[in-house]
Design a binder for this molecule. Structure first.
Ligand code: HEM
Length: 304
């Protein structure tokens, strides 16, 4: 069995940092993968900090196409029939650093930026924090319907025998919330936007749940009628002026993530996710997080 990056599944970390990098002019995508392979899982020195490493599908396509999961490609804007747009801000690499406290996460993030500086520049970053009992800043619990740990691998990891075995495709999409507008709604109306109750995250009855509720839009099925699951690891971000969600989700198949985005914009049926009236996507990128073995293949031979 090929080993996936364990940080994808690690729970219980309250401080997060997301970093996106652009390849420096004159450096090749292979240089980037070699530099990423040299980043150390930092738990040895700092205690409990997880590092997840990803590179753009186009980087894998150029350097190691056998590691590119079927259907994976760089993020393109998703535009709904009313013009609502999820913008593309694809970069070459992404690091997700998560730990118990902001100080250790900061140190690891800073040393990673330094370690990559000869090949890639920091293009975007955001710090995140867990809010109350795993709630989004809207006040709703985020993650209720995430697959439990023993099923998460099936949802998130490319199967053995397929290109990019044990890798995953991550969607990284920053959303800015208009909390004043959302919280101006009575709680019962907020619940219609999400499709779940606010306090305990109980799903609304089918006859009470609007077609444009968030969960009405993102629950999708395969041809056999089986629900298609993803592993969401989103985290609240921001300060008093600007705040929202760094939406992060892992899937074995990028097409599942894209279908959900198209459902949110109403591409096929014109029904736009009500949540998008209160939250705006600012960034959007896909990254392939390789298996530990696939990444190690780019480290120098004498490096253990
Ligand atoms: C502003 C951004 C977003 C917010 C605040 C948000 C919030 C939520 C909340 C509160 C829930 C219900 C509780 C739960 O099951 O976790 C939920 C469910 C879900 N969301 Fe989102 N979400 C956002 C964006 C997205 C995006 C971009 C996708 C897909 C690409 C997505 C996919 C899902 C899925 C699959 C579920 C579970 C549905 C179910 O099985 O019942 N969400 N989200």
């Amino acid at each position: 069995m090929t080993l996936p990056q364990p940080g994808i599944f690690a729970l219980g970390t309250r401080s997060h940092h997301h970093l996106e990098f652009d390849l420096l002019p004159g450096r090749a995508p292979r240089d980037l993968l070699e530099a990423l392979a040299l980043l150390r899982e930092p738990r040895k020195t700092t205690g409990g900090v997880n590092l997840v490493v990803g590179a753009a599908p186009s980087v894998w396509a150029e350097v190691a196409p056998h590691e590119l999961p079927n259907g994976a490609a760089d993020f393109e804007p998703v535009v709904g029939p009313d013009g609502f747009t999820m913008p593309a801000t694809q970069h070459h690499a992404w690091l997700w650093i998560a730990g118990s406290d902001a100080d250790v996460v900061f140190d690891v993030a800073r040393s990673a930026v330094g370690a990559l500086s000869a090949v890639a520049s920091l293009a975007d970053e955001v710090a995140g924090f867990s809010y109350l009992d795993s709630r989004d800043l809207t006040g709703f619990i985020d993650g209720t319907e995430n697959p439990p740990l023993d099923e998460a691998a099936d949802a998130a990891l490319v199967a053995e025998g397929s290109p990019g075995a044990s890798s995953s495709v991550a969607l990284v999409q920053r959303w800015r919330h208009d909390l004043d507008a959302f919280h101006a709604l009575p709680v019962a109306e907020q619940e219609l936007v999400i499709g779940r109750s606010k306090t305990h995250s109980v799903e609304l009855d089918d006859d009470a749940k609007p077609a444009d509720a968030h969960i009405s839009r993102v629950v999708i099925e395969d041809e056999q009628g089986e629900e298609l699951e993803i592993l969401r690891r989103s985290i609240p971000i921001g300060g008093m002026h600007d705040h929202g969600l760094e939406f992060v989700a892992f899937s074995a198949d990028q097409r599942v993530l894209l279908r959900m985005l198209h459902r949110m914009t109403g591409t096929a049926d014109g029904v736009r996710d009500h949540l998008t009236r209160f939250s705006t996507p600012l960034t959007g990128a896909f990254y392939v997080t390789p298996s530990v073995d696939a990444l190690k293949a780019f480290a120098p031979a004498d490096d253990d």
